[in-house]
Ligand binder design. Structure first.
Ligand code: CMC
Length: 424
């Protein structure tokens, strides 16, 4: 905090003095809370200039391409840590000791099963339902099983909800896939690591258990970790807003899943692959680049650009390297879609339109390519993002409930009809 003050001068009114706060990093913020007393609101559609909360979890410097979780750079976590250790860090604020990580991992392992009745929810969906639609439904449905038992003002109850969600999301996600292809659900195998277990539930059948290649499970673990949290993005802000009414945590996470689904957010990884298929051939790339630049054409290059990063997304750098490892291992560098992706990346990085607007490939550009190479269907890509981001959502939800908070209630600039009488 500082003693800096902003003074707002409005014709005919006394100047309004607004305190300015300084964080441990990033932009200073002007505290506008008292404006309502002068009958004024701030106006910021898209929340481009608005800090909606105070948080200690994740820091992003978009100009320099920096992402820190609890102070640790994402590149170091990706090189040294694991997804579950990063979950612990995000949730509790510090890296665990060996014993703490062991205990945490075991608590997650013990909770991987979902109630058998959940199967009935899946059976209610048509086989071709989008897995994100199913996820919104089944994660929301968890609140029916865990409602009366949860007191959100109790720290231990919040911790239990967080661990339950981290544990159950891979099971629910893999069930979506199995349901869509008409195969029996595969129960979790708690001897396996988090990532191995997910791939096992995705690809094993009751007749044949899949042996997971460690390069693929490591790549999967990195995908989980690189998507774990990203401060106040659309879905996390949705979870905070839903949570601010005191709603059940499982219902709040379902609201985050819904917000994530859109192609401007988590849906981009699926949209990247759809776009590559549509382009179809390296000779068509130029035509799509022209479409992306045309102001009258709604088409955008999926997997490029970011609201916050105006430099290379640090997650994309790690993802690009993992992508090369996976493609080398699988010997599929010549896959036609991957060829298009590589050429597109090269052209966009050299083209002035993208350079001037600082539109770099983002994390979803490469994650989609890796997931495709692992054999995961495109419709499951955003589900995997949702699984990974669950820790971020619940860590923010928990942070909000650890301090006094108010219900989130934005106001508006009203431009509709003024009062008029109903015709008699
Ligand atoms: N292709 C072509 N032009 C683009 C693109 C793109 N992907 N992204 C932005 N632009 C242009 C946009 O037309 C505008 O141009 P101008 O200044 O001439 O009007 C300029 O760049 C700024 O764009 P904006 O829409 O004001 O930027 P934003 O911060 O509101 O949107 C974004 C950010 C991520 C929604 C956008 O870049 C986009 O739609 N990208 C494609 C979807 C995508 O990959 N999303 C995943 C984001 S990363 C994962 C996550 O965190 O969810």
């Amino acid at each position: 905090m500082t003693d800096k003050i902003a003074t707002l001068s409005i014709d005919g009114m006394d100047p309004i003095k607004l305190p300015i706060y300084e964080g441990t990093g990033g932009q200073d913020v002007i505290d506008v809370r008292q404006l309502v007393n002068s009958n004024l609101f701030t106006y910021d559609p898209g929340f481009v200039s608005t800090a909606a909360c105070e948080s200690k979890i994740t820091y992003i410097d978009g100009n320099q391409g920096i992402l820190l979780h609890r102070g640790y750079p994402i590149e170091q976590l990706a090189a040294e840590s694991s997804y579950l250790e990063t979950c612990y860090l995000l949730l509790y604020g510090e890296l665990p000791t060996v014993e703490q990580l062991d205990k945490f991992t075991n608590s997650v392992r013990k909770k991987t099963l979902v109630k058998e009745q959940m199967i009935h929810f899946y059976n209610g969906f048509s086989r071709d339902a989008h897995p994100m639609a199913i996820m919104c439904g089944v994660v929301g449905a968890l609140s029916a099983f865990y409602h009366d038992r949860i007191d959100i003002s109790n720290e231990a109850h919040r911790e239990e909800a967080a661990i339950g969600l981290i544990a159950k999301m891979p099971t629910l996600a893999a069930m979506c896939h199995k349901y869509s292809i008409g195969q029996p659900f595969i129960y979790p195998c708690n001897d396996l690591s988090y990532a191995e277990n997910f791939l096992h539930m995705m690809f094993s059948t009751p007749c044949e258990s899949t042996t997971v290649n460690p390069v693929l499970s490591n790549a999967m673990d990195k995908i989980f970790m690189l998507h774990a949290d990203h401060e106040q993005n659309a879905s996390t802000s949705t979870v905070r807003l839903a949570g601010s009414s005191g709603a059940n945590p499982f219902a709040c996470i379902a609201s985050g899943i819904a917000a994530l689904w859109g192609p401007a957010h988590g849906g981009a990884n699926e949209a990247v692959l759809d776009m590559l298929s549509k382009i179809g051939n390296v000779n068509n790339i130029e035509q799509y680049i022209c479409k992306a630049k045309d102001k009258h054409d709604p088409f955008r290059l999926m997997g490029f650009g970011h609201r916050v990063y105006k430099n290379f997304d640090p997650r994309a750098k790690v993802m690009r390297q993992t992508c090369d490892e996976v493609l080398n291992l699988l010997g599929i560098e010549n896959d036609p879609l991957l060829q298009i992706a590589k050429r597109l990346e090269q052209i966009a990085l050299e083209d002035n339109y993208f350079i001037d607007r600082q539109l770099y490939p983002n994390v979803d550009f490469y994650s989609g390519i890796i997931l495709k190479a692992i054999g995961i269907p495109t419709s499951m890509f955003t589900v995997i993002f949702a699984m990974s981001r669950t820790i971020g959502w619940i860590a923010h939800w928990n942070e909000m409930h650890s301090e006094p908070y108010r219900i989130g209630r934005p106001r508006q600039l009203y431009t509709g009809k003024t009062r008029r009488d109903y015709p008699s």
